[in-house]
Ligand binder design. Structure first.
Ligand code: FMN
Ligand code: SF4
Ligand code: SF4
Length: 264
C-alpha cells in the first residue's frame, strides 16, 4: 500500500512520529500539511494524518487541511494524535470531521510525548522524556503493523471525565486561539535574527524595529517561543523560568521547510 503521511508540528514531536512510522511502513512518504486555500489531491492508497493535540482537540490547521484534502475512493485513512497525556476526544472529533467529507477514519492512535505547552511549564526531566520516546517507538511499530494490514480499529480516546469537560473547553476557546498571541513578547535577548518570523506556520509574525510583532492569526503551536535561538520570546510572565523544548531529532531547517510549504 502506497502511504502518504501528512504532518503538522510546532516542536517536532509529530514530525518525528511521522518519520518513525514512515521508516516502519513500506512505501511511505512524509509531507507537511499544506495550509493553502486550494484543494489538493493525493493518489496514495493510505493517508495518515499526524498532528499535536491542542486544547483537547484538533488544531485549526488540521481542520483546514482535512477540509481541502481530496482522496480517491477507498483510501485507507488513519491518524496519530500526538499529545502530552491527554488526547481527550480529539480523534472522535477527527472521525466526525471526516464523516462530513463522506470518509471513514479506519483507525486512530494516541502517542504521548513531552509537553511543548510552555505557558504551563517545561517538558519534564530528561529521563522521563527518554522513557516517552522509547514507549512511542514501541507503539509506532505496533501501529505500523496494523496500518500495513489495513485494519479497522475504533479510535483511541481519553476517559469520559476528560472528554466531556475538556471538549467543552475546546469548543469555548477555539475561536479565541488566534488572539492568544497577545501574551507573547520578546525580551532584551532578541538579536533580531528573524527566525521566529520565518518559521511561523501561520505567517503570524512581522518584524518591527527589529523585534517580532504577533498579528493575531496565531495557531498556538509554540514554534516561535520554543525555537528562538536566544530564548528571547516569552509568554506572559512565567516562561522566563521554564526550559525550552523541541524534539532532539528535529531541526530548525525542518521547521523552516514546514513554513515554506505553508507559504507556497
Ligand atoms: C496550545 C496547546 C495546547 C495543548 N493541549 C494539549 C492537550 O489538550 N492535551 C495534551 O495531552 N497535550 C496538549 N498539548 C501538548 C502537545 O500536544 C504535545 O506536546 C505534542 O507532543 C506537541 O507536538 P508537536 O511538537 O508536534 O507540536 C498542547 C500544546 C499546545 C501548544
Ligand atoms: S527568533 Fe528570537 S532572537 Fe530571533 S528575531 Fe525572533 S525573538 Fe528575536
Ligand atoms: S505566532 Fe508562534 S505560536 Fe503562533 S502560530 Fe506562529 S509560531 Fe505558532
Amino acid at each position: 500500500m502506497k502511504t502518504r503521511l501528512y504532518a503538522y508540528t510546532g516542536t517536532g514531536n509529530s514530525l518525528w512520529v511521522a518519520r518513525q512510522l514512515a521508516m516502519e511502513l513500506q512505501e511511505a512518504s512524509v509531507e507537511f500539511m499544506p495550509s493553502s486555500s486550494n484543494d489538493f489531491a493525493t493518489e496514495a492508497d493510505g493517508v495518515g494524518v499526524i498532528f499535536p493535540v491542542h486544547i483537547w482537540g484538533l488544531p485549526s490547521h488540521v481542520i483546514h487541511f482535512i477540509n481541502h484534502l481530496q482522496v480517491k475512493f477507498g483510501t485507507y485513512l488513519f491518524a496519530l494524535a500526538v499529545n502530552a497525556g491527554q488526547p481527550a476526544a480529539t480523534l472522535i472529533q477527527l472521525k466526525r470531521l471526516m464523516a462530513t467529507r463522506g470518509w471513514s477514519l479506519s483507525s486512530g492512535y494516541s502517542i504521548a510525548l513531552p509537553s511543548n505547552y510552555i505557558p504551563w511549564g517545561g517538558p519534564g526531566p530528561a529521563d522521563a522524556q527518554q522513557r516517552l520516546f522509547t514507549q512511542a517507538r514501541e507503539k509506532i511499530k505496533a501501529i505500523a503493523a496494523t496500518v500495513r494490514q489495513g485494519k479497522q480499529r475504533d479510535v483511541e480516546r481519553g476517559p469520559l471525565w476528560q472528554n466531556i469537560p475538556f471538549s467543552l473547553i475546546y469548543r469555548i476557546s477555539f475561536g479565541k486561539v488566534c488572539k492568544m498571541d497577545k501574551n507573547f513578547w520578546a525580551d532584551d535577548k532578541c538579536n533580531h535574527c528573524r527566525i521566529c518570523a520565518k518559521l511561523c506556520p501561520a505567517t503570524n509574525i512581522e518584524m518591527n524595529d527589529g523585534k517580532p510583532t504577533w498579528l493575531h492569526r496565531c495557531e498556538q503551536c509554540m514554534a516561535c517561543i520554543q525555537w528562538c535561538p536566544q530564548e528571547a520570546i516569552q509568554y506572559g510572565k512565567k516562561t522566563v523560568q521554564y526550559q525550552r523544548y523541541h524534539h532532539p531529532e528535529v531541526t530548525l531547517e525542518d521547521m523552516l521547510e514546514q513554513a515554506t510549504t505553508n507559504q507556497g
